[in-house]
Structure formats: structure tokens, C-alpha cells
Write a protein that binds this ligand. Structure first.
Ligand SMILES: Nc1ncnc2c1ncn2[C@@H]1O[C@H](COP(=O)(O)OP(=O)(O)O)[C@@H](O)[C@H]1O
Ligand SMILES: [Mg+2]
Length: 258
């Protein structure tokens, strides 16, 4: 595949205007290149603009300045090549559809023929380990299972980029570790580019090939991008992993001035 940037962010800024017309820059001068197939994690203070950044890349929110391209094209809105997994699965999957139908949804819209559709849905449900639950409705599923439905749907849609905004934030510790393993597995199996936001430093270091550290808003930016050169699967008690956790923690123990 090579090292071509699938996502290119150059001097990106995003401001919101108050009712009185005062502008606040949430993001200011964010620049980043994400190579194809990279697992890239963003870690920052609560309210620093992580979701805003992902929403600009997803095409849900227009930027105020700078440039963001996906595969060399300026973003004009959401696109099929960018699948989004939200923190709150309840808001993202249809309660009136079974697991199977939820995963199948995008393929139906696309008009994928039934035989092909069935094969894809079966494969994606298997990847996230929901084979025995495919006929259940969301209200029969745990939070972790609903998140898997979202993830399976993104994979079924075959979006080359997965944008995940604190997807495991609401899960208990055990389910969370399980899901972390699964996401690394999916990433290895599919070679997708993953953008993943978390406020959990252990999670960041367990998952990311790179971790971008964001400063506080207003005028938040990426302070540093750290390459986590530790092979997978990563154990948090591994000395190298522990060092990275400590190093990243260091950014958040002190007020950071840039
Ligand atoms: N639609 C909006 N209008 C005005 N301010 C917003 C809007 N969306 C987000 N913000 C503000 O932008 C800042 C960053 O929000 P967000 O991107 O959700 O942060 P994070 O995901 O890092 O917690 C916050 O101060 C938030 O209040
Ligand atoms: Mg957020």
C-alpha cells in the first residue's frame, strides 16, 4: 500500500459563534497526515474538541479554515468511504431491526444483490462474534453487543476508514478489553484506516500505532504525535507499554503551554 496519506489535515480551524456573534475557536491550526491503514488514536482533555475534529473528518460539521482531504479530495459531507462508530450505539442502530437487518442496512441502500449481501452480512457478524445473536433486536442486547452491531455495519459497508468516537466509553472494563482486542483483530484482518478517540490512556496505548495528544480548548491543537512501536497484542504490564502510558500521562499532569 505504501505510505500515502489517506487523510490530510492542514492548518485546520473550527470556530463556533455565540448568539452575540463572538467567535470561539475550538480547534486552531491542526495539521496531521494519516497514512493508509494506520490505527491512529486521539487523546485529549474532555471538551478539547476531539469529537469536533472527528465530525469535521466525517463530514458532519463544516470546518472554518484550513484544509482536510480524504484520498486527496476536499470533504464536502459524509461519504461511504468513512464509516462512523458513535459512543452511543442506541442513537446509531435501528431498534426496530434485528442485528442482521441493522448490519445489512447499508448494503440494501447500495442495492447489493441478495446472495452477495447475505455472505457479507454473515461474515461481518462473525468478525464481531454475534453469530448466535443475529435475529435479536437491540433491546435484547448488552451495550457491548450493540457496539459490535455498529462496528459490523461499518465493516459491511466496507468503508475503508473507520471513525470511532469513544466507542467503548460506556462499557464495563471487561467488555471494553474484549472489544479492544476485537478492534485490533478487525484492523489486522481488514487493513482499514482507523481514527479512534479515547480519554483512556491505557486504551490509547493498547490500540494505537500512533497517539496524537491534543491540548485544551479553546484553540486546541495536536501537541505531539507519539509512535507506539510495540507489537500487538499489547499487555499493559509490559515495560514498554507502561513507559508509553507514563509518558502520555505526563502531558496531562501539567498545564501544557504551546
Ligand atoms: N454545535 C456547537 N456549538 C457550539 N459549541 C460547540 C458545538 N459543538 C461543540 N462545541 C464546543 O466545542 C468544544 C469541544 O467539544 P467536543 O468536540 O465535543 O469535545 P470533546 O469531544 O473533546 O469532549 C466544547 O467546548 C463544546 O462546548
Ligand atoms: Mg467527544
Amino acid at each position: 500500500m505504501g505510505g500515502d496519506a489517506v487523510i490530510h489535515i492542514e492548518h485546520l480551524s473550527k470556530s463556533y459563534e455565540s448568539e452575540k456573534g463572538a467567535k470561539t475557536y475550538v480547534l486552531d491550526n491542526v495539521s496531521l497526515d494519516i497514512p493508509r491503514g494506520e490505527f491512529h488514536v486521539f487523546r485529549g482533555w474532555s471538551g478539547c474538541g476531539k469529537s469536533t475534529l472527528l465530525n469535521v473528518i466525517a463530514g458532519f460539521v463544516p470546518k472554518s479554515g484550513g484544509r482536510v482531504t480524504v484520498n486527496g479530495r476536499d470533504i464536502e459531507g459524509p461519504g461511504r468511504e468513512r464509516g462512523v462508530v458513535f459512543q452511543n450505539a442506541d442513537a446509531a442502530i435501528f431498534p426496530w431491526n434485528t442485528v442482521w437487518k441493522n448490519v445489512e442496512y447499508g448494503l440494501r441502500i447500495k442495492g447489493t444483490p441478495k446472495a452477495e449481501r447475505d455472505a457479507i452480512v454473515r461474515r461481518c457478524i462473525k468478525i464481531v462474534g454475534l453469530e448466535t445473536h443475529e435475529n435479536k433486536y437491540p433491546d435484547e442486547l448488552s451495550g457491548g453487543m450493540k457496539q459490535r452491531v455498529q462496528i459490523a455495519r461499518s465493516i459491511a459497508n466496507d468503508s475503508e476508514i473507520l471513525i470511532m468516537d469513544e466507542p467503548f466509553g460506556a462499557l464495563d472494563a471487561q467488555t471494553r478489553r474484549l472489544m479492544q482486542k476485537e478492534v485490533v483483530g478487525i484492523w489486522k484482518e481488514t487493513g482499514k484506516t482507523i481514527l479512534f478517540v479515547t480519554h483512556d490512556i491505557q486504551e490509547a496505548v493498547s490500540l494505537g500505532q500512533k497517539v496524537s495528544i491534543m491540548s485544551r480548548s479553546p484553540n486546541a491543537t495536536i501537541i505531539e504525535t507519539i509512535e507506539i512501536g510495540v507489537p500487538y497484542p499489547r499487555k499493559i504490564n509490559n515495560a514498554q507499554v507502561a513507559d508509553f502510558i507514563q509518558r502520555i500521562q505526563g502531558f496531562f499532569d501539567v498545564e501544557y503551554e504551546i
